[in-house]
Design a protein around this ligand. Structure first.
Ligand SMILES: O=C[C@H](O)[C@H](O)[C@H](O)COP(=O)(O)O
Length: 224
């Protein structure tokens, strides 16, 4: 079964949690795209929901699909947040940010009553870290932070796009870190968040309430 079908199945399952009148945080990426397609259909069929997009890209797609939108400054909390992930482990911990949207995604997930992660089966790992950990840094401090993280053996790589620094929706840069040798990820999260100029990390620890995984022609749901 293809990854595409597994993503679609996971998205269809996640959408079952969406009810009339809900406010929904809309994730970013190729898996979240299928969730948007499901919502597009529900909205066409008369369901009344409001989405809060986690990126300019998702905002554009949602507008094209006719999904009503609002912004975080106009609401208190979201009923549900639905998004993909780059990796998840058996303890439901995640690495996100492969698409560079980690900062707004983490803000929305933090402000949602139910966080549902959708994934194809390739995203499942025994231990996080095959995928490099993205962190978002302010341009002013990125080179300095890079040198510091090198000394911490995290081998930072500045993310590029078309030969230039990749720029996030918040105008920041991304460093991708090798965390394979890190034994305690919550300690690492604390250390990174204490470095001025690091705005956010792609470690989503204890944030996912459900992970819906497409596996072949079925889905498996992990719940916290
Ligand atoms: O920044 C991007 C997000 O964290 C995505 O949810 C993540 O990269 C997974 O993307 P995809 O569903 O395309 O694999």
């Amino acid at each position: 079964m293809s990854q595409k079908l597994e993503k679609q199945l996971a998205a269809k399952e996640a959408i079952k949690y969406v009810k009339n009148g809900m406010t929904i945080g809309l994730g970013t990426g190729s898996t979240a795209y299928y969730m948007l397609k499901e919502l597009e259909q529900l909205v066409l069929n008369g369901l009344e929901i409001i989405g809060v997009p986690s990126s300019e890209n998702t905002k554009k797609l949602a507008i094209e699909m006719g999904i009503p939108l609002t912004t975080l400054d106009k609401i208190d909390r979201m009923d549900i947040y639905i998004d993909g992930t780059d990796e998840f482990d058996p303890y439901m911990q995640l690495i996100k940010g492969g698409g560079g949207a980690l900062l707004r995604e983490k803000v929305l997930a933090h402000n949602s009553n139910l966080v549902i992660i959708i994934a194809d089966s390739t995203k499942e790992v025994r231990r996080l870290g095959e995928f490099k950990l993205p962190i978002e840094t302010i341009p002013f401090a990125t080179a300095n932070i890079g040198r510091l993280l090198n000394k911490m053996n995290l081998h930072p790589i500045v993310r590029l796009k078309d030969g230039k620094n990749y720029i996030t929706d918040e105008g920041n840069y991304i460093l991708d870190l090798n965390i394979l040798n890190v034994s305690n990820l919550s300690v690492l999260e604390g250390e990174l968040k204490q470095i001025p100029g690091i705005v956010e990390t792609g470690l989503f620890l204890d944030m996912a309430h459900k992970i819906i995984v497409g596996k072949g022609d079925k889905t498996v749901t992990l719940s916290r």
